[in-house]
Structures are given as structure tokens and as C-alpha cells.
Design a protein around this ligand. Structure first.
Ligand SMILES: [Zn+2]
Length: 260
């Protein structure tokens, strides 16, 4: 597709990463059908783009969480899967976006812990891991050993968000990492929501260690929001926000929300 806002890279036989606007999306294809993991917020038709990559029908999308940079393109699909919490915000464009450019009349099926999306010979298991967003789910693909982690296991995990009150706890993120580690034999690679390629599975362990260090009172730095970022990502009450680095993990969190 010439002049498309989208580009893609094949990660392995039946998995593509798609770069557009908002987030990175993944096309996951089984014997029967393809599934889009997150849809970004480009106003160009991402379903049509994904369909150029495979002969299998791609009529479904699943959202790792409800933030609009992951759900804005849902309207190009017949059907969206998401958590109940995601449904509360998934159809609300960020303030800087033009709402008339987004279709929100798509059909939603709510999914939660233990649900499975069967693509034919390839199954994605849903694991609820709410921290970056109360609506977050991970998708475990045991056949290809991939964990789709949304923004919960990432280069930088942001545990503060203007849309979500109350703010998430670092301790909740730690519980989520423990939950993922109980499935550690099911994945070797991680695909997250703003990626350029795979992260390695052991990152989950290092995030748990990092969470535990923060809970034990590790030194942290003030969080300085990136200059020139979109107004949608403005963080309220910056005096309470902190940033912390440990090995190849980075966390942003609110000082008042460390332990339950
Ligand atoms: Zn997000």
C-alpha cells in the first residue's frame, strides 16, 4: 500500500508487527483466522492494511487495555474483544483527536481471566494484569511462546494515567508480574504496545525485582514529563510522580500509591 500511514515487519511465520499511530499493533494468524492485537488511533483503515498481509480473514481485534491509543482503530473491525474495564473508556477519543473521525458502533465481547480466543491451531489465553491501566489484559500464545503484554511489561511502564482514578499501585504491578511468572514456561518473547520488536521473557522477572525494590524504599528521581508531548498525556500533580530505573526496566509511579 503506497502512501499508507502503516508499515509492518514480519516477526515470524504468522505474526506481524504493524507500525501506525498511537501504538504498535500485532497481526496474529492461525489456521482459521487472523486477529489484530490493538488497533492504534490512525484514522486510516488498519483492517484493510492487515488484510494485505494474510489470506485468512481479519475481522476481529482484541485490546490489551482501554486507552484510546490502543482502541481508536477498532471501528474498522466487525468485532472487538476487551476487558469490562476497557469498555468504560475504549470509545472515548483523547481530547486532541477529532471524534467524528472514529467509528465506535462496533460490537464488543467482554473477556477476562481464563478466556481463550481460538484462531485455529493457535490460542490466545487472557490474563488480567491491571496496573498501567485498570483494564489491562495480557495474551498468552503458548504455541508461538509469545506474551502480548500491552503496556504492562515494556521498555518503560507508566503507573500513572490522567484517565484512570484512583492511580495504580506498584504492589499491584508486582502481583501481576508474579501472575505472569507462574506462566513463564508458556512464553519466551514479549510483544508490548509501543515496541520495535520482541523483548525477552526474563524481563518480567526484572520488573518484579524492580517493583520490590521500590516497595522496599529504593531511591527514586522526580519524574519530569517529556517536553512537547501531546496534551493528552499531561500528568496531574507532578510533585508526587517519581521515576525509577533498574537494569533494563523503568517505572513511573505516584509516591502515594506504592503499597496497598
Ligand atoms: Zn496505555
Amino acid at each position: 500500500m503506497e502512501n499508507s500511514v502503516f508499515s509492518s515487519r514480519k516477526l515470524d511465520d504468522n505474526t506481524w508487527i504493524i507500525f501506525g499511530e498511537g501504538c504498535t499493533s500485532y497481526l496474529v494468524v492461525g489456521n482459521k483466522m487472523g486477529l489484530m492485537v490493538d488497533s492504534g488511533f490512525a484514522t486510516e483503515n488498519i483492517q484493510k492494511y492487515a488484510q494485505t498481509l494474510t489470506d485468512k480473514p481479519v475481522n476481529h481485534v482484541i485490546n490489551t487495555h482501554g486507552h484510546f491509543d490502543h482502541t481508536g482503530g477498532n471501528g474498522w473491525f466487525q468485532h472487538a474483544y476487551m476487558s469490562a474495564k476497557a469498555l468504560e473508556i475504549a470509545k472515548i477519543p483523547y481530547p486532541s483527536l477529532d471524534p467524528s473521525k472514529y467509528r465506535t458502533d462496533y460490537v464488543v465481547t467482554v473477556v477476562g481471566d481464563g478466556d481463550v480466543i481460538d484462531l485455529g491451531g493457535r490460542r490466545l489465553e487472557v490474563l488480567e494484569i491491571p496496573a498501567h491501566a485498570p483494564s489491562s489484559i495480557a495474551l498468552l500464545d503458548r504455541s508461538e511462546k509469545i506474551l502480548f503484554s500491552g503496556d504492562e511489561v515494556a521498555d518503560l511502564v507508566v503507573l500513572v494515567w490522567m484517565q484512570d482514578e484512583p492511580q495504580p499501585y506498584v504492589e499491584q504491578h508486582a502481583l501481576n508480574m508474579e501472575k505472569l511468572l507462574r506462566q513463564r514456561d508458556g512464553f519466551e518473547r514479549i510483544c508490548w504496545g509501543h515496541a520495535v520488536g520482541f523483548l525477552e521473557g526474563d524481563l518480567v522477572k526484572r520488573y518484579l525485582e524492580h517493583d520490590e525494590l521500590i516497595m522496599a524504599g529504593k531511591e527514586t528521581e522526580p519524574w519530569v514529563p517529556l517536553p512537547g508531548g501531546p496534551a493528552d498525556f499531561f500528568m496531574p500533580q507532578p510533585e508526587f510522580k517519581r521515576k525509577s530505573g533498574y537494569l533494563d526496566t523503568q517505572l513511573v509511579f505516584d509516591l502515594r500509591y506504592i503499597k496497598f
